[in-house]
Each structure stands twice: as structure tokens, then as C-alpha cells.
Design a protein around this ligand. Sequence first.
Ligand SMILES: Nc1ncnc2c1ncn2[C@@H]1O[C@H](COP(=O)(O)OP(=O)(O)O)[C@@H](O)[C@H]1O
Ligand SMILES: [Mg+2]
Length: 278
Amino acid sequence: MPADTRQAASTKGASGQGSPGPDVPVIECRGLVKAYGDSTILRGIDLRIERGLTHVIVGGSGAGKTVLLRQLIALERPTSGAVLVDGQDITNLGDVALNQLRRKFGMVFQGAALFDSMSVMDNVAFPLREHTRLSAKEIRRRVLEKLEILGLTGADKKFPAELSGGMRKRVGVARALMLEPAILIYDEPTTGLDPVSSRNVDDIILEMRDRFGITSVVITHDMATLFRVAERASMLYKGRIVLTGTPSELLDSSNDVVRHFLRASGVRPEALQELASE
Ligand SMILES: Nc1ncnc2c1ncn2[C@@H]1O[C@H](COP(=O)(O)OP(=O)(O)O)[C@@H](O)[C@H]1O
Ligand SMILES: [Mg+2]
């Protein structure tokens, strides 16, 4: 049996096709280290992302948020430590198992990462055309359904350049949903958006959880987003998670890094607390 087939078979056995029980975290990092040459970016990350919750990872620019994300979805191999998805170590998977794994994730990239030369229809249809053998008619039906969910009815023939930043982001979410992922990962979803569009994107993050029971990992440096959407939050600083807790626990924390970050956000703690309880 070729190595890849063997891997895939053992993957199925170990993970039971993605329903490993409510207590197993959806994603877990154990002592995760990532270095590029001499420069160590992640210095031992311990993190548990619980099922069905929206977990925000916050940190300053250059803190290693995107690097962490690349390890979570196995785009890169960690230098040491482990990443478990549904209880399965993903750090040494073969190609077939990797493909199966990646279908658990929907990615909403920084910017929106749409194909500028393709219509909204073609952008959103892309994952289905790449990964399924559905008929053109069925693909079209599913795309229109997702566009409607995201308030984009009628936008299917438009091109990315004709859309506002907020709409582009929603197209990115629609595309990320196409393969019905269990986990949505957003990298800086509100960066570069005006406050109203940011708020709309935050609402969408919440709606995806409520409507589809999706686990969301939101990577951001935006404190308003954190307090609006998070049920759990982790602060990433100098390659380590310095605190994980509820937004309220973050606000009450005596950790210097957390306090400094909250102060630097310029938003009053009372205002953040209000966002959390809205
Ligand atoms: N492929 C790479 N090779 C070398 N250094 C990298 C690579 N990717 C990211 N880095 C470095 O890792 C650090 C964290 O980057 P990143 O995760 O993108 O930060 P952010 O928290 O803003 O998303 C930066 O100093 C960046 O230059
Ligand atoms: Mg980044």
C-alpha cells in the first residue's frame, strides 16, 4: 500500500471522520515552536481551541499571528511541538491526509485574497470546482445560496474591484464556507475596514457560529472585534501565549502585556466591556 493511502486509512481510524467527542479540543497546540533559520517566531505555544466557540488570538503587528495560523492549518511544518486537530497530530501527514484535513478549515485571508479577474460567482465557486465533481448547475445553486446568506444577492456578476471592502470580505467568507468547513479561520478580518464595515464583519462572524455551529479562530489586533465576537481570547506576545481567558478575564488581568495592549488600543475598558455584553 502506498504511504499516502496508509496515512489516509489510519487517519480515518484515529479521528473517526471528525466527530471525536465534545471534550477533545478542535485544535490544540502543544509546545509549538516555529523558527525560520536563526529567527524563532513561535517559542512554545500551548493553546486549546474549544468546539463551537469563537476564539480570538490577539497580538501586535509582527507578533507571529499569521505564522501561527499557517501551523494550525498545516501549511507549514513546525520546528518542534505538535498541533492536533480533532485529537489527531497533523504535523506529519501525507498528501492525502493533508487534503482531507484542509477541508475541515475555511480560510478568510487578510485582505480578501479574491481573484481580481474573476466574477464573484467564479471566486465563490472556485473551491467546489477544484475539490468536487458537482454539476455546473448545482455549483451555481450553492453559490447563490451562500451569497444570499451573506447579504450579497445580486452581486454574483460583479468583479472584486466593483465591491466595497466590506463586501469583498463577505465574498471571502462565502468562498470559505463552500466546502462546509467545521472551522473558520479569519486572519485580520477587520483590518483596513471602516468602523461600520468592521462591525458588519463582526456580526457575520457571530452569525456563522449561531447558524452553522462553526468553530471560529479570529486573528486580529483589533480590540473592538475581540470584545464583540470572542468567547475565548488568547494574547500572543513574543512568540508565546501570555494569557487565555474570556474577554472579561482579559480586562481584569493583571498581566503587564495584556494591560499595556488594552491601554494602547485607546478604547476605554468600560466601552470594551459593553461591547462584550451586547
Ligand atoms: N516565511 C518566513 N520566513 C522568515 N520570516 C518570516 C516568515 N514569515 C513570517 N516571518 C517573520 O515572522 C514574524 C511574524 O510575522 P507574522 O506572523 O506575519 O506577524 P503578524 O502577527 O503581524 O501576523 C515577522 O517578523 C516576520 O518577518
Ligand atoms: Mg498577519
